[in-house]
Every structure is written in C-alpha cells, then in structure tokens.
Design a protein around this ligand. Structure first.
Ligand SMILES: [Zn+2]
Ligand SMILES: [Zn+2]
Length: 873
C-alpha cells in the first residue's frame, strides 16, 4: 500500500496533475451502497475503471475519476431498524421520524469511509478529494431541482394506481424492483350461483382469498357459452353481495372455464377493467398484508395465506368447490426481502417518462452514446419503447424527502425550479396550513442524476464545464435499465447533453463452476480476502482477464493463483535482469539501427505488444490486453529474451560495447513492460521500477508506451522465432523420448543458402547453447544417422537420435512385433496383387486395403527406428 499512499498524497489521482490544456477523461464510479462491503462484482467494475484511468493518465489525459457512496434508502433503513429493534426492542415508529433519521445518519456516516477504503485497497486511483455522497447537500439540491422541473412541466403527477406493494418493507416498489419467480401452485375452481337460481358459473382463480373483493365476473363478449348470462347477477359466495356478469375482451376464453372474477382493488388487469366498467373497488387486503374489515368479520386480521386456507375450507363446506388443478404462475417477490408482493391501489407520485425516453433514444440513435458490447443497444431500445410511468415515491423515512406540500383543501404546492426555500403558503389558495409529503424518493431518483450532480449541476461549476459529459460508464449489464438508461434520460432532458459517450457493460461474476454466488450456497468470494491472500495485483489481473468471457464470468482461486504466479514471474525476471544489468548506467533510448538481431527481435515484439494493448483497451477488450501482456512478458521476455541475453553477456568473444547495447535494451524492455503492466498491476510495477530505476512513485504518470512503428524488423523476427522454435521442439523431443534435458544431441537446420541460412549460422552458438546441442549444421540438406525430421519456423529440423540400448528381452519383443507386422503386410500385399480380387472387389474395398498397407508400412518403420536399426531387418 506504500505506493498507493504516496501516489494519492502527491495528488496523482487528481486531474490537476496533467497540464491545464490536457484533454479530460472522466469516469464516475457507480456508487456502492453504504450498507455494503466491496463484493466481487464491485471489484471487477472498479478494476476495469482503474485500468482505464491509469492508462489514460499515462497517455497524458487529465483524468477525473469521481468516487462516491449511495445512501441506499431501503437497505439502510432496514438495517438500522433491525439493529434498533435488536438493541432496544423499539421500532422506528416508537423512536419517531427525526430521531430515527439521526440514527440513520450517524450509522451511514460511520460506514461511508469503509467502502471507500476497500476501493483503495484494490488500488483504485479515484480522486477522493471530490468524493460524493448521494444524500449530501449538493446532490439533494439536484434532486429537488429535477422534481420541480418535472412537476412544472406536467411530467410528475400524483395518482391512485395499482402498485407493487411490499407488506414487509411497507413501501411501494418500481416494476424493476420486483423479482418474478415461477412458482407451482393451484388453479382453484369456485362456483358462483346465479341470482335467479338458473344455475351457476364456475370461476378459476390462483388467489381465492381475493374473491372477497370481487365486484364482477367477466366473460368474453363473443363466448357463446355464456352469452345468455351477461347482464345477470351472481351471488358472491362467503359474502352477501350480488355482483354483475360483464363482458370484456380482456377475458381469455381458453383460461379455466372462460369466466374470470374481477377484483379491481387487487389485480392490475382487473383495476383497468374496473375503470372501464365503472366497478367499485373493495379493498380486502391492507397495506400490512392482512385481511381488512371489508373482507368480513371472520376473515379480518388474517394473514394472506391463512385467509386463503379459510376461504377454501369455507367454500368446501358450502359445496362450492369444483375441480382444482396444479398451475404454475409467476409470483412477484420483493427484491430486498423476498416477501410476496401485493398489488394494491395507492396514492403515489409518478413520472411520465415517455418524453424523456424518446429524447434518450434519439441521442443513442445518433450514436452520442455507444454501447459495448453493442448487442445491449437492442435491449435498451426495446425497454425504452415499452417504458411505463415510473413510480418515484417510497414510503420510507431515509432518503430525499419529496418537495411537495398539501393544504387542507388538498391543493399541491411544489416549489418552482430554482426556488430553494420551502413554500410558506399554498400556491392555489394561499393557506398557510401546509403539510409536507411524508414520503421520500426512490434511491434511483437520485442515482439517475449522476454524473450531472456529482460534477455540481444545477450550478454551473468549473468541473461541470470541464468534465461533463463524462467519457465512459462501466457497470454490470444487470443495471442497464435501473441506472444506465435512466442516466441517459436525465442527462439529455435536464442538461441537453448525454452523461457519457460510451457505456461498457460487463458480465456478472459467478463461482468457478459458473454458479451464482450466494450466502446460502456458501460460494461467495470476498475480493478483500483474496487481496490479502494473493495480493491486489493478482486479483485485478485475474478480473481483467475474466472480463471478456461473456455474461457469466466464472471466477475463483485457480484464476487468481495463476495471476499471482504471473506476478511472481515478473518479479523473478526483473530481479534476474537486475543482476545482469549490474551497475551499468541507465542509457537513453536504444539505437535500433545499430542493434543485433536478438535485440531487434525483442524490441519488435515489445512494439507489437504495446500496440495490441492500446488497441484492445480502446475497445474495452481488457482480456485481450492482459493476455497480450502475459504472453509477451512470460514467453517472449522471460523465457526467450532473458535466456538469450544470458548467453550474449557471457560470450567472451563479444566486444564490451555490444554487451552495453544489449544491457540498454534489456533495461528499456523491462521498464516499458512495467509501464505497460502498470494499469493492471499497479503495486508490483511500482515496486520493481523503484528497485530498478529508483523512481517507482513516478511510474503512474510516465508516458504509456504506444508501440513504435519504426521498431520493426520482420527478418530478425523470422530468424529469432526459428531459433526459439527449434529450442522448444528439441526440448519437447527429449521429453517425448524420455531423455534427460542435458543429454547431448547433434542437429541440423535445412535452409537453402542465402541470408536466412547466413543469419541462422551466425546464431548457431547461441542456439546450440539454448538447445544443448553438441553440434549444429546449417545447410540446404542435412543427413544425420537415425534422423528425426520436423519443420521449425522457416527451416527443416534434423536431429540425430541416439540409438536406444535395449535389453535382450525388449529387443526380442520388438523383433517379434516387427515379424507380426511383416506377416500382415504380406497378407495385404498378396491380396492386392491378386488379379481376380482386384477385378471383383468394389473400389472402396480396394482403397481400404491400400490404405491399410500404408499404415502397416509406417508402423513397421517406426518399430524399426525404435530398434535403432535404421533401414534394415
Ligand atoms: Zn420487502
Ligand atoms: Zn390550498
């Protein structure tokens, strides 16, 4: 953490570190809930943002990355209330509104720093001097402002509507906060007797307890089965009410009996039907989830489930139950507490969101905002097209209070935009007896104003003019609607500009087997624990590699351990390189033209890698960038270049001047690699840079390598790759044959005479060393005894395999096998030379025999080679 502290304290995370005229690059952190602890999803998002922030900062941009915390309306209130009840046995109502809010405030203030410190632990280079909190004064001002604007534009309105009500949380929820869970239940059939005694109609329902609130039964107008009863009345069982039979096109003739009950107070479709037919609303379930007095004395006060049991039992007793059937339907549950929601009619504030959505879609159509991956644009368009009015009031205490006042006459007063004082009198009748709306806004009603509000809007601040619109929003695809779409709407509506130019939506982190992480499954990975065990760099690198793998991102210790192995490799290679550099002075840029082939090769590879990393980050392919770095550093630099340099520096025939050039290249490649790696692994890269160059703290603001176009030498690459491939092939050959890696071998490379042959010949000592060869011939044709042949790079490889010493037993076995193959060969050959066979047999059979003969010959050759008797019986 030492480097992190140094960097933060020196002001490197502030955009002011860049020159005044530097192009800004702005990101806003999706604020984590104050109730939470940094989870693996946050760790992924923040890692990707930090990679972008550090990369852009090194490119010379004035990077502003604003961190913040969300007051988390419903979650905080739940936690604080539970805590209060556990400690004192009191509820928030016992305590009273103001004292309860004070408790919430203290609780949240005490924890706000925790989650920000967890973000620091991950290495995130946010500008903490500009930290925001969704409930602070500046953010509250913005919330109040937009509500005033919407109200006076006629887009915010109050109405009694069917809403999703959570009886446990005692608040309304937006459609997005409802989890629709497929549940298997029953479809019960109940007989409603016709008033005139001419029979009964059978109604099918999944919620029999609501029948106490029925105010009609309905059939389809074209359903001939029921044409004669439309307009008649039925006796509603368990009550003494008569209700009409109506005809409505919403009825599905195929569902159940084709007759449905209409309960306008407890079902969204019935609510609409009730409005169409002027039916009364009978509320039989209250906001506490219990049956009301309207449900009848025997049911009043019962919980919904108990009421259902009693209703069913009472119907059975009266002989009104008909056949029941198992039935699956989607049940809405509270996203917070999993309680089954109740559709209830309630007076709430809504925002008519369609005009905002249309403007936002126009902006995305014009590509003012682009989505990566692009497929999310379609999902966004679809949702925006079908968007419904947004219920923004919540029956909570903790949150932004709604700036609406009511007089005894029921007039509504909402301050005009810009009016900061609370109203003293009713705007309609002048009454001074005003009461403020007791509700607060949905948390998303403040979140949707980011990044506007975090940069100071509605005030015309310096930050707003310099850093808005922001550049990119990084977040999980699961909050595309909750948040991303709403931010776009708010941006274009209130400010006329989009809030960000690009959206990168990442997948959701799962456990190693692809399962969703959950406390009940016990498969939750705590990124902070991982940071302690493996180091933050390893966690970050693993997450970056993971990010490109789709919607479900399988994550676990295997991946983090692999990344730690990489970090260790980087460390060890650096330490080894430092040993070779000794106290050689730091030289400037290598002079490419004067360098040897191996040095040119690594500089070419470095330039290619740098280009690949930059190109990948431009399009949010964090995985490709990380993989390119991994492959370069591990395979090309550590396993390839460092090993070769070891030989070069040991070569006594080489002039000291040439060795100095190689040392300069080694240092340069190492420093550039650390710079390239820095956005992914900020800690280890600074640490090594310090050890190597004494300026670790400066690394985060040094230029990011872009990949020099003039450091290209395809010929050197071709030659050196051939050398490396040869060494690898020979190593594998030894392993395949069970030979020790130290066992000496003679080898040859077959290449026509020319520049390639010359170059390979020049590197013969190096290759001999790398591959531990006792001799190496480079020639157009190479003959070696008991030869193994293969292709490597631009050359043909020939290796003289040593004769295997076989025991008498092994030799006898091999000879016996050869004899048996010979016999088979004889058989097939005889067949193939038999004229009558060839004349009669189908072509396919003949082909098969020929192929068999070829295979047998190959098998024989192999057996003979193994026996060490090339060519003979
Ligand atoms: Zn709930
Ligand atoms: Zn009034």
């Amino acid at each position: 953490m030492k480097w992190y502290r140094l960097q933060e304290e020196s002001g490197q995370f502030r955009p002011e570190v860049a020159p005044d005229d530097a192009r800004p690059y702005t990101l806003v952190i999706p604020p984590p809930n104050v109730t939470g602890r940094l989870h693996v999803g946050h760790a992924l998002g923040r890692t990707l943002e930090d990679v972008l922030a550090r990369w852009r900062r090194m490119q010379g941009r004035a990077v502003l990355w604003v961190p913040g915390v969300d007051h988390a309306g419903i979650a905080t209130q739940m936690v604080v209330e539970r805590d209060l009840t556990e400690r004192t046995g009191k509820t928030r109502h016992d305590l009273g509104r103001e004292p309860f809010l004070e408790t919430c405030r203290e609780w949240a203030d005490a924890r706000r720093g925790d989650i920000l410190n967890q973000i620091r632990r991950l290495g995130c280079s946010c500008d903490f001097s500009r930290e925001y909190y969704t409930l602070d004064a500046a953010r509250s001002k913005a919330v109040r402002r937009v509500f005033s604007e919407l109200y006076h534009q006629g887009l915010a309105y109050r109405d009694s509507r069917m809403v999703n009500w959570c009886p446990r949380c005692a608040t309304v929820l937006s459609d997005l906060e409802v989890n629709h869970v497929e549940s298997s239940g029953q479809l019960w059939s109940v007989a409603y007797p016709l008033e005139d005694g001419s029979g009964e109609v059978v109604v099918a329902t999944t919620r029999p307890e609501t029948m106490l609130g029925d105010t009609a039964v309905a059939v389809h107008p074209e359903d001939e089965r029921y044409a004669s009863i439309v307009g008649k009345k039925v006796r509603l069982p368990l009550t003494d009410r008569l209700i009409p039979v109506i005809a409505d096109e919403m009825v599905d003739r195929k569902f159940g009996t084709g007759v449905v009950k209409i309960t306008p107070a407890h079902d969204p479709n019935d609510f609409e039907a009730g409005r169409r037919h002027g039916l009364p609303q009978v509320v039989v379930i209250g906001f506490d989830g219990k049956m009301t007095a309207e449900a009848g004395a025997v049911y009043a006060g019962l919980e919904r489930t108990a009421a259902r049991k009693k209703v069913l039992a009472d119907l059975r007793e009266q002989g009104l139950r008909r056949d029941d059937r198992p039935h699956t339907s989607a049940v809405g549950r509270c996203q917070r507490c999993d309680t089954v929601l109740e559709p209830l009619v309630s007076l709430q504030w809504f925002v008519k969101i369609k005009p905002l959505a249309e403007k936002a879609v126009a902006a995305t159509e014009a590509r003012e905002v682009t989505f990566t991956p692009e497929l999310w644009k379609k999902t966004y368009d679809e949702w925006m097209k079908n968007i419904r009015d947004w219920c923004v009031s919540r029956q909570l205490w903790w949150g932004h209070e709604i700036p609406a006042w009511y007089c005894p006459e029921g007039h509504v007063t909402v301050p005009k935009p810009g009016e900061e004082a609370d109203p003293a009198a009713c705007a309609t009748c002048g009454s001074a007896r005003l009461e403020r709306d007791p509700d607060v806004f949905d948390t998303w009603f403040s979140s949707w104003l980011m990044p506007l509000s975090v940069l100071g809007w509605p005030d015309k601040t310096k930050d707003l003019s310099r850093f808005y619109p922001t550049d990119v929003m990084v977040t999980g695809f699961d909050i595309l609607f909750f948040w991303v779409a709403r931010m776009i709407m708010a941006g274009v509506w209130f400010d006329g500009r989009v809030p960000f130019r690009e959206v990168f939506l990442h997948g959701l982190v799962r456990d190693e087997r692809g399962q969703k992480m959950s406390k009940t499954k016990g498969n939750v990975i705590d990124p902070l624990v991982m940071c302690d065990e493996y180091g933050a760099d390893a966690v970050r690198f693993a997450l970056a590699v993971l990010s490109g793998t789709g919607r479900d991102l399988p994550f676990g210790t295997t991946r983090v351990a692999a990344s730690r192995a990489f970090a260790t490799k980087v460390w060890n290679a650096a330490r080894f390189a430092m040993g070779m550099l000794g106290d050689s002075p730091a030289a400037g840029e290598p002079d490419f033209a004067t360098l040897g082939r191996v040095d040119r090769w690594i500089l070419d590879r470095l330039a290619t890698t740098a280009k690949k990393v930059n190109d990948s980050l431009e399009v949010f392919r964090f995985d490709e960038a990380a993989n390119a770095l991994y492959a370069f550093f591990w395979t090309e630099f550590c396993d390839g270049y460092v090993e070769m340099v070891k030989q070069v520096l040991r070569d006594e025939t080489l002039a000291e001047e040439e060795k100095a050039k190689t040392r300069a290249v080694l240092r340069h490649v190492l420093l550039d690699s650390l710079a390239l790696l820095h956005p992914f692994m900020p800690f280890v890269s600074c640490e090594i840079r310090e050890a190597l160059n004494g300026d670790g703290a400066k690394l985060p603001v040094l230029p990011y390598p872009a990949g020099r176009d003039d450091w290209r030498d395809p010929f050197a690459v071709e030659v050196v790759e051939t050398l490396r491939e040869t060494a690898t092939r020979i190593r594998n050959l030894r392993a395949e044959r069970g030979m020790a890696q130290t066992e000496a071998l003679d080898a040859g490379l077959e290449v026509p005479e020319g520049p390639v042959a010359e170059a390979l010949r020049a590197h013969a000592p190096l290759l001999s060393h790398m591959a531990r060869l006792s001799s190496l011939v480079v020639a157009p044709a190479v003959e070696l005894p008991n030869a193994f042949r293969d292709h490597v790079g631009v050359a043909g490889l020939v290796v003289a395999l040593p004769k295997k010493e076989l025991s008498a037993e092994e030799e006898a076995k091999a000879r016996k096998e050869i004899a048996s193959v010979d016999k088979e060969i004889e058989g097939v050959s005889r067949k193939l030379s038999d004229e009558s066979f060839l004349a009669r047999a189908p072509q396919a059979v003949v082909e098969k025999a020929k192929k068999q003969l070829e295979e047998l010959a190959a098998r024989r050759a192999k057996l003979v080679t193994n026996l060490g008797e090339a060519g003979g019986r």
